[in-house]
Design a binder for this molecule. Structure first.
Ligand code: GTP
Ligand code: MG
Length: 137
């Protein structure tokens, strides 16, 4: 068993998709270990996506991720990181497989509904960014 970190991004919250997306996450065998509604500050988002800071879309990405609340969560399952990336689908919803969360709920590459950690190491770093030990179950 291992863990991944996810965010239901501001567009998902704005559109009322929290319930539907959590339903799909549960139905796919992930256990929720930690979860909350929170909002990233500009400093938070710049740090979280620092790997993309030289990319042309960085400013847009930070604006998007800070414009409203997100649902942050830690999820547990065997092979959590890879299986969750499969469940969410490609970064651009136009390329995402049928039935994936981004295919179903994302509008565009810039507003793509959900985040999923890309490695076990990043999952641990991102989870600790949002949750204290007392908030993980
Ligand atoms: P995350 O799970 O959010 O990290 O997405 P990802 O791993 O599928 O993609 P990546 O880490 O490469 O990019 C991070 C985020 O930047 C994406 O999820 C998008 O929200 C945004 N992004 C990536 N490429 C583009 C782009 O070409 N244009 C815009 N506007 N946003 C982009
Ligand atoms: Mg990424």
């Amino acid at each position: 068993t291992n863990r991944t970190f996810t965010m239901l991004k501001p567009d998902s919250v704005e559109k009322g998709y929290i319930g539907a997306i959590l339903e799909k996450i549960n139905a796919s065998g992930f256990r929720i270990v930690a979860m909350k509604l929170t909002q990233m500050t500009t400093t938070d988002a710049q740090a979280f996506y620092a790997v993309h800071k030289e990319r042309p879309f960085f400013g847009e990405l930070v604006e998007y991720m800070t414009r409203g609340p997100i649902v942050a969560a830690i999820l547990e399952k065997d092979n959590a990181v890879e299986d969750f990336r499969t469940l969410i689908g490609a970064t651009n919803p136009a390329d995402a497989a049928e039935g994936t969360i981004r295919k179903l709920y994302a509008a565009s590459i810039g507003e793509n509904a959900v985040h999923g950690s890309d490695s076990d190491e990043n999952a641990a770093i991102e989870g600790a960014f949002h949750f204290s030990g007392r908030e993980m179950f």
